[in-house]
Design a protein around this ligand. Sequence first.
Ligand SMILES: Nc1ncnc2c1ncn2[C@@H]1O[C@H](COP(=O)(O)OP(=O)(O)OP(=O)(O)O)[C@@H](O)[C@H]1O
Length: 322
Amino acid sequence: MTTDTTTKDTAPATAPGDVVLDARGVTMRFGGLTAVRSVDLTVNKGEIVGLIGPNGAGKTTFFNCLTGLYIPTEGEVRYKGTVLPSKSFKVTAAGIARTFQNIRLFGNMTVLENVLVGRHTRTKEGLWSALLRGPGFHRAEAASKARAMELLEFIGLEAKAEHLARNLPYGEQRKLEIARALASEPGLLLLDEPTAGMNPQETRTTEELVFAIRDMGIAVLVIEHDMRFIFNLCDRVAVLVQGEKLVEGDSETVQGDERVVAAYLGEPFEGAPGDEEAAEVAAAEAGAARSGAAGSGAAAGSAGTGSAENAGTTGDASKEND
Ligand SMILES: Nc1ncnc2c1ncn2[C@@H]1O[C@H](COP(=O)(O)OP(=O)(O)OP(=O)(O)O)[C@@H](O)[C@H]1O
């Protein structure tokens, strides 16, 4: 049964025009397996919403239903009031961009070229214009490049614009993926485990980056196993367990819900998560200074059922669905 514990007190006041994403009764079956069962979720303008749950709970499958990679077996997804098209490139053009659990950059292309790839849904110049390389093409190309450089500046990688993507450290590759997603000028950004494999310092930087993206007017829906990251960041958190939404509410509501503790979180947090994180960052920085090199250890504060598989991974060939 789907239980929504959002109360009037915890839910943000929302005007009808403020709903960016409205997923209703989304169900996804693979043969006899129901990976997602009748999930409702809305994301409003100006919100950062978290989607958490144990491994195999259906989080990525749900993302795939929001981005046209899967057509839900049942249910409907609307973006700013319009039912989503069924092809992923059309979903991107409509205004939803995403990053993937496993980094999907073009390693042999430069950092700048990777961001330019993300702009293809926003460039109107057609094949003939590109072949003839007329003034319209050059103008569009210059504008795209300028916007891509702006985005690289936003994520702090403008100095590495001409580097090959594969030569970037892991944390910067994840940031570059975000810049590429932003290049399509979305109204909603979906982040699938953006801090997987990051050290505490990189995680904190990513947190700041997501706040800055929200401040640019882009709504964010984020899957993550790092609970400190989620509870620091999100206005609202939905918990999926075995394909169903168990609870939805603000961080405090979700952390305090016994069912969530039993099904996913394990022990409730004690003390302020921000303080603990700051201590870990300081310890990591001190360690890096001692060894002369920054490590890329496990993300801090991951929930018990999800951390081991995700910490420190740069790819997972066994996952077909993301
Ligand atoms: N293409 C597919 N075909 C068959 N089963 C699938 C497919 N994709 C996902 N599943 C199954 O659906 C269930 C939900 O998987 P999903 O990857 O969505 O979970 P998740 O919550 O994202 O897990 P994780 O936290 O490990 O990424 C799992 O049992 C998975 O094996």
